[in-house]
Design a protein around this ligand. Structure first.
Ligand code: NAP
Length: 313
């Protein structure tokens, strides 16, 4: 068995001087609240030092409880953990940004955030209904606010010092460019779906050139079909280097210079996903050049309608 090395502790510097973000992050998009709390606590205890949640996931309360339990046990301090949450689509109006941010902080039981993301570039009808629909079942968008209007309000949160960095999620390259060029405080992180079936090389190169951290979600393909964990290129490398397919995918993401998020409610997998080792350059090339399939599992960037595309198992 290949021994783990220091790749799991990789950190990427943030462009606004507020420190760095751990490359290997744990996502909390887990539907069951008890499972969310248990998995978050386990992830912190195993060694994950980056947590990702969102107003929309309705997991902030459980994530906050898990964090506080671990802090109270004295195992980890606040400054050891990088915590991200996201502004939901119904709160894009500038006057709604700060109240939404403060509500998230309260649920998380925190007094500052490391990173606050605009969850998607699509503004929905403002209000408490997270998924506003018309009588025909279509999403009701809000045409009265631009992404830049929302970004300006996000900049205000950094000015107030309760949020160290801000960024964008589920955006196209063109949208990132637009905000980067107009922003007073540049996006520190761009958070998008990415894995070998959706490598997003052009966006990654743009981010690297501008000093923006590219953070990949669904790094294992979100248990969707076609199953990345069963891709013959991945399974062949896994056998060769004595690691699991998941560990191969996570190492690939870190070694190509991205941060990533993976999620599991299963303790053995949480352990497995932290136990990554550096891949040989030859394996990196086999994945980057040898996998030609292209699949987007989450349609939000293209359609504005959040959620993973249902596919057969
Ligand atoms: N901004 C956005 O729009 C957006 C969208 C989606 C996700 N995200 C964020 O990104 C995070 C990660 O996304 P994701 O949930 O799609 O991640 P993922 O790690 O690609 O997929 C998670 C799925 O993989 C399974 N899994 C995890 N480790 C495994 C392993 N070692 N072997 C086999 N299967 C394994 C999990 O199963 P079990 O849980 O059953 O173990 C779960 O079904 C989310 O939690 C969320 O924080 C953001």
């Amino acid at each position: 068995m290949q021994q783990p090395d220091n790749i799991r502790y990789t950190k990427l510097p943030l462009n606004n001087g507020s420190g760095s973000i751990p490359a290997l992050g744990f996502g909390t998009l887990i539907p069951d609240p008890v499972a969310t709390r248990d998995a978050t606590r386990a992830a912190l205890e195993v060694g994950f030092h980056e947590l990702d949640t969102a107003e929309r996931y309705r997991t902030e309360k459980e994530v906050g409880e898990a964090i506080q339990e671990v802090f109270k046990a004295g195992k980890i301090k606040r400054e050891d953990v990088f915590i991200t949450t996201k502004l939901w689509n119904t709160n894009h109006r500038p006057e709604r940004v700060k109240p939404a941010f403060e509500a998230s902080l309260r649920k998380l039981q925190l007094d500052y955030l490391d990173l606050y993301l605009i969850h998607t570039p699509y503004a929905f009808l403002p209000g408490d209904e997270q998924d506003p629909r018309d009588a025909n079942g279509n999403v009701i968008y809000d045409k009265g606010v631009t992404l830049l209007d929302t970004w300006r309000a996000m900049e205000g949160l950094v000015d107030e010092g309760r949020c160290k960095a801000i960024g964008l999620s589920d955006v196209s390259l063109e949208q990132v460019k637009g905000i980067f060029e107009a922003a007073r405080i540049k996006p520190a992180v761009v958070h998008v779906e990415s894995h070998p079936y959706l490598p997003e090389w052009e966006l990654l190169n743009y981010c690297k050139n501008k000093g923006i951290v590219f953070q990949a979600f669904a790094a294992l393909g979100h248990s969707s079909e076609p199953n990345l964990l069963e891709d013959p290129v991945i399974t062949t490398i896994a056998r060769r280097v004595n690691k699991t397919p998941a560990q191969v995918l996570l190492a690939w993401a870190i070694q190509r210079g991205t941060a990533l998020l993976t999620t599991s409610k299963t303790l053995s997998r949480i352990n497995e996903n932290f136990d990554v080792s550096t891949l040989p350059e030859e394996s990196m090339r086999e994945i980057s050049d040898g996998i030609k399939s292209r699949v987007r599992f989450n349609a939000v960037v293209e359609t504005g309608v959040p959620g993973f595309i249902p596919r057969g198992k």
